[in-house]
Design a protein around this ligand. Structure first.
Ligand code: CTP
Length: 397
């Protein structure tokens, strides 16, 4: 936080009192804070409190002419290093998701090109409501960092997720994301990730699919973004939210995935985690009827996205493939690495419940070495791999 200028938007919820402590902590950590209070935020904490703690004027209205002369709202967001919304109410999240700008806080949020962090706090049913789920997913897809609220007893007497985490935890979360250059070694790098299965249509209602859940690939995309990379995630059909700070391109078939990968080039690294169907069939234009008997499917090969990328003039300097095997894992994956001309292969044994599960046990295979990593949550594997990728990319320059 040292030297960082934070624009803190305080929404109207009982958790607003924790924003006061947050101001104090940010300043103690060497940052400076300028506060904006929404109209309802001002019902919970006073501008005087925040002004005293931040030792800066507090802004509340878009129509404060004096402020527009001395400091327009665009400048207010321009001069900050990041915007933190805390607490982010259901109403504020909804306005942000819809791009509504009807007061100072929401106008600043729409006018900024700085990283935006939101720490939601609200009643459990409001947090779990389909509208809020939708808004949070939308905002994450837009690149807004959203902190998961804590679970526990709430001011309203109910129990569940929706509580604002402690100010120390919020500060640590923001600090990790903005970090210094050391914490964001992939700043300025573009990394391409594929994830999930592909679906190959048989007719308008049927398809060929596989059991890939996309969890490992999504976790890797998120971990790379946490290290500062610009991440393009080409995702097959999966039911997963987009990790914060990741640009997602949804596709269905292997052909579409191949095209999306090419369109996203150039990249400093590509991590191909997707379980791409090796074959497709000639899809029937109309639904196949049972009475006509078992269909004869005309099979043809799908593009091998990894091999194509390896042979392309735009081959990323670091190309990482995955190999899901059910036997002889390391040997098969080693052969795959050289056959496909990848730099690394991350191999795993999928004979258990890895596909769709939360943990994984992988081997990292390079030209020189084979490392066997212990079983770990997919998020932990992702973090470790992202750090290895960062190490490799920074050592090259
Ligand atoms: N891959 C790809 N395009 C394909 C098939 C695979 O990009 N059409 C990539 C995967 O994303 C993965 C790697 O290649 O990174 C290995 O995938 P895998 O399915 O294990 O390899 P295959 O060549 O299909 O071998 P197998 O015969 O084991 O299916």
């Amino acid at each position: 936080m040292r030297g960082k200028r934070i624009l803190l938007i305080v929404g109207g919820g009982i958790a607003a009192y924790k924003a006061c402590e947050l101001v104090r902590l940010i300043r103690k950590a060497g940052g400076s804070v300028r506060c904006v209070l929404t109209r309802s935020g001002a019902e919970f904490v006073t501008p005087m409190t925040l002004a005293a703690l931040s030792e800066q004027p507090v802004h509340t209205s878009l129509w404060d002419l004096k402020d527009e002369v001395e400091m327009g709202h665009i400048q207010l967001s321009r001069e900050a290093d990041l915007i933190l919304v805390c607490p982010a109410t259901a109403d504020l999240l909804a306005k942000m998701a819809a791009g509504i700008a009807d007061d100072l806080a929401t106008t600043l949020l729409l006018a900024t090109d700085k990283p935006v962090f939101a720490a939601p706090a609200m009643n459990v049913r409001m947090w779990l409501h389909a509208a809020t789920r939708r808004n949070v997913a939308r905002l994450r897809a837009d690149g807004i960092h959203i902190l998961e609220p804590d679970e526990g007893e709430m001011a309203c007497g109910e129990y569940g997720p929706g509580r604002l985490p402690q100010p120390e935890a919020i500060l640590a979360w923001v600090g990790r994301a903005v970090g210094d250059a050391g914490a964001r070694p992939l700043e300025g790098r573009h990394v391409l990730v594929t994830a999930g299965p592909t679906h190959e249509p048989i007719d308008p209602v049927r398809m060929i699919a596989n059991r890939s859940s996309g969890k490992q690939g999504f976790a890797i995309a998120g971990a790379l973004a946490d290290l500062g990379a610009r991440v393009t995630l080409v995702a097959g059909p999966v039911a997963l939210p987009t990790p914060a700070g990741v640009a997602r391109v949804d596709v269905e078939t292997a052909d579409q995935m191949d095209a999306a990968v090419r369109a996203a080039l150039p990249a400093d690294a590509a991590i191909l985690v997707a379980a791409v169907a090796d074959w497709k069939v000639e899809a029937a234009p109309a639904k196949l009827k049972k009475a006509e008997g078992p269909p004869r499917l005309e099979w043809s090969a799908n593009p091998d996205i990894l091999a194509n990328l390896a042979a392309s003039p735009q081959r990323p300097p670091l190309l990482v493939g995955f190999a899901a095997e059910t036997g002889n894992v390391v040997e098969t994956a080693r052969n795959k690495r050289s056959a496909k001309n990848a730099d690394w292969i991350v191999a795993n044994d999928v004979s258990g419940d890895v596909m769709g599960g939360e943990s994984n046990q992988v081997h990292l295979i390079t030209a020189e070495t084979v490392e066997s990593w212990e079983q770990a949550p997919k998020t932990e594997i992702a973090r470790r791999l992202a750090e290895r990728i960062a190490g490799r990319l920074t050592e090259r320059t």
